[in-house]
Structures are given as structure tokens and as C-alpha cells.
Design a protein around this ligand. Structure first.
Ligand code: PLP
Length: 276
């Protein structure tokens, strides 16, 4: 058995081996994922009062880890949260979690929750914000054995940016999950939601791209600024494509040469059928 060098404190019952099913960082300790528990009164659980980020490790290397950590800290800042760790410490926890799994390909999530208010209080300023992290085996949105994703365009609106800013990565996912059920009813695998004007936004865990000729388009607003989206925008410019962040209608998507979605959970993924 290989030994695992960790800078964080690990619980003694597990210090000798990897935990390939996953590892969580809770209360300054690494624990097997199945032992990871959060307090029921944390507002992260009760109110979705949290921000998070997900990075991936592929063949033993993190992809754009600093971009993920920067986005996480920007989100906390705007939510009046402080996870109590520096960016370097958060990065170390992420590395430690992955090392402790022994995995080469992993899905690594960092979370800051509001925490619990003082007894009897409903004032978020009395909460001590909490930091959590975990690494688990890589999660694919698109089954790697499949050629592409079938999606529907739902008329369900993504939570508007004026309510919850989608550039702060958040757990307001009920619109996305209900959209998924609509997709399953129509024998599709996933869903794209729209904004209040009917323009396409994003789906459960991914951004959208539409290619028409040499014009590569992605929705401009009402979406998370995905790290994979950012990478594709950079690659599009490098390829000499006419890259545009703009409003995209369902008709534009239907008439496009290609549609694909992008996510940490799978990179760029072709869309092979669209229904609406
Ligand atoms: C709502 C939403 N949009 C887009 C994305 C894609 O972002 P990224 O490329 O950073 O994974 C995600 C990722 O989880 C997401 O949750």
C-alpha cells in the first residue's frame, strides 16, 4: 500500500490507505466520503445559502484550478461570506482530498455555506461561515460511451439574474432539476432553459455554444461564466472564429451547423438532437 503525504490532519482510522470512493474535508479533517456529514441547521442546507465550485482532475492533473478558486472567492465576496482559508490553503485542501482518494480522474468540489445563526437569531451576520470540500470519482454529464447528448429546449425560465446572479455559482437548481424531468418525459437526456425573453440560457451543469459557419456563439447573460466556456472562447479566438457572446434564440440553435455544451463534468460535449 502506498503512503499518502497530506498536509491536513487526517483521521487516524484511515491514514494507511486510499479512499477511492471519495474523500471529504470537514472540520479540518479528511474523512471517507460516506462518513461526511453536515449539521442540519446549516443555512447551506436549509436555505441553499452557499456558493461552491467544481474543478476536475484528469490523468493526475487539475485543470485551471486557480480560475476555479478565483471564481469561488469572487462568489463568497459578493455573498458576504468568508470561508476562513486563503486561496493557497483552499488549493492545498483540494490537492489533499484528491491525493487521499488515490484517483487519477476526479471531481473536486469546494463549498462555503452560511453556517448556523446564533440560537434564536435569523440574522445571517451571526453565522460562522463553513468551508467543506470533497473529491470523488470523475462525474460525466454525457456517458463517454455515447456520441452526443439529446436535449430539449424547455419554456421553463432559469432563475433571472436580477434575483440570483448566475455568475455566483449557486445551488438554486430546482428549475434545472424540474427541466430534467421534462426532458426525461420526452425521452431526452438533458434540458436547456430560457430567459424571460425566451433566449436560450444554460442547462443543469453546462453552458451552451452554437456554431453557424465560422461564427461561434454563446449566451451572453443569465448564465454562469463557466471555466470550460472561457476555455472554448479562448480556443475559438485562437482558431480565428468569429466568437460572440450574444442572445441566442431556439431558431438560431435549430438552424446552426453545430451545437455543443460545456462543463467541468465532461468538457465540450456535442448535442446530437434538440426538441422543443
Ligand atoms: C448552471 C451551470 N452552468 C454552467 C456550468 C459550467 O461551468 P464550468 O465549465 O465551470 O464547469 C455549470 C457547472 O457546474 C453550472 O452549474
Amino acid at each position: 500500500m502506498k503512503s499518502v503525504q497530506l498536509s491536513s490532519v487526517i483521521s487516524d482510522k484511515t491514514s494507511q490507505s486510499f479512499w477511492p470512493a471519495g474523500v471529504a474535508y470537514i472540520n479540518h479533517q479528511l474523512v471517507p466520503i460516506q462518513d461526511a456529514k453536515i449539521p442540519i441547521l446549516d443555512w447551506g442546507f436549509l436555505h441553499s445559502d452557499a456558493t461552491y465550485d467544481v474543478a476536475h482532475v484528469w490523468q493526475g492533473k487539475f485543470f485551471r484550478i486557480d480560475d476555479h478558486i478565483d471564481r469561488f472567492f469572487a462568489g463568497m465576496d459578493r455573498l458576504h461570506m468568508d470561508c476562513g482559508l486563503s486561496k493557497a490553503e483552499v488549493k492545498q485542501v483540494m490537492v489533499d482530498c484528491v491525493v487521499a482518494t488515490g484517483l487519477q480522474d476526479a471531481y473536486v468540489e469546494i463549498i462555503c455555506t452560511r453556517g448556523q445563526p446564533a440560537p434564536g437569531s435569523r440574522d445571517p451576520r451571526t453565522c460562522e461561515n463553513q468551508f467543506w470540500a470533497f473529491a470523488i470519482p470523475f462525474v460525466h454529464i454525457l456517458d463517454p460511451a455515447k456520441q452526443g447528448l439529446s436535449v430539449i429546449i424547455s419554456q421553463r425560465q432559469r432563475i433571472p439574474a436580477a434575483s440570483v446572479d448566475p455568475t455566483i455559482k449557486n445551488y438554486h437548481w430546482l428549475d434545472l432539476v424540474l427541466g430534467l424531468y421534462e426532458a426525461y418525459e420526452q425521452n431526452a437526456e438533458s434540458v436547456l432553459l430560457v430567459d424571460s425573453a425566451g433566449n436560450l440560457c444554460e442547462g443543469p451543469g453546462f453552458n451552451l455554444f452554437v456554431l453557424s459557419g465560422d461564427r461561434l456563439m454563446t449566451p451572453k447573460s443569465g448564465v454562469l461564466h463557466g471555466i470550460t466556456r472561457k476555455t472554448i472562447l479562448e480556443l475559438g479566438v485562437a482558431q480565428g472564429l468569429d466568437v460572440c457572446e450574444m442572445d441566442i434564440t431556439g431558431v438560431m440553435a435549430a438552424e446552426a451547423d453545430e451545437i455543443f455544451v460545456t462543463s467541468t463534468a465532461g468538457g465540450p460535449m456535442p448535442v446530437t438532437s434538440v426538441k422543443w
